[in-house]
Design a protein. Structure first.
Length: 235
């Protein structure tokens, strides 16, 4: 990726289309891709996705689908119709669910580019202790390796994982798949509700294809300047 803007995804973690539009306008040409997650999608629905797509922005629809294969396949079909560039499913939904998601993405883009199905491995709010509490054997890295293998073997062309696991995932599985990394904070930023955070430069060095940055940009006095500063760390 010669243009660092291809690596940056700005998280629109707000509750209204008005707030989302304000962020997009403030960031301007410093980013091309935006994450629409559960908060904004629940508040505004698919209209905000259509608006962003029609304006030429790339949309990362981060709803983390996790249900029976038929239900997830139907949801992915609708997301593909919206024209999103990326969407998320939980890898822990299993192989049949992952295959259903990938098949729906391929078959239902209506002439638009096929959306990239990203399998979420381990949430960045979780650490080894929390995984143990929910009954998962091994630590974060072992779980991320296990779920990445499952995702790639069932048709997914990318995953979501912390940069703390990205280097090991690249070593194990190579470079022919996408890694989207959340939990990215510029040096000096607080971790907020993330347990495992890294800087933008650390994420890219570890093997991340794209980084997701929210509050450090969207809460900044000058979001465009903050986005450019982050781009300077990943170029």
């Amino acid at each position: 990726m010669t243009d660092p803007r291809q690596r940056l995804i700005v998280a629109l973690d707000v509750s209204t289309a008005v707030a989302a539009r304000k962020i997009v306008a403030a960031v301007g040409d410093s980013a091309h891709a935006y994450k629409v997650g559960m908060q904004l999608y629940t508040a505004e629905g698919p209209a905000i996705v259509r608006e962003l797509v029609s304006s030429g922005r790339r949309v990362f629809l981060d709803l983390k689908y996790h249900d029976i294969p038929n239900t997830v396949g139907a949801a992915v079909r609708e997301a593909a119709h919206l024209g999103v560039s990326m969407l998320t499913v939980h890898a822990s939904g299993g192989g049949k669910m992952l295959r259903a998601a990938c098949e729906a993405a391929r078959a239902n883009s209506n002439g638009k580019p096929e959306p990239l199905v990203l399998a979420v491995t381990v949430l960045t709010s979780l650490d080894d202790t929390e995984l143990g509490k929910i009954g998962l054997r091994g630590g974060v890295l072992e779980q991320a390796l296990r779920l990445t293998a499952l995702a790639l073997s069932n048709g997914c062309k990318g995953i979501v994982a912390s940069a703390l696991e990205a280097a090991a995932l690249r070593e194990e599985f190579g470079h022919d798949f996408t890694i989207v990394t959340p939990g990215v904070r510029p040096a000096g930023s607080g971790p907020n509700d993330q347990a495992r955070v890294v800087t933008p430069a650390e994420a890219i060095a570890a093997g991340a294809s794209h980084i997701v940055v929210g509050r450090p940009i969207t809460d900044a006095t000058d979001p465009a300047a903050e986005a450019r500063a982050i781009l300077g760390q990943v170029s």
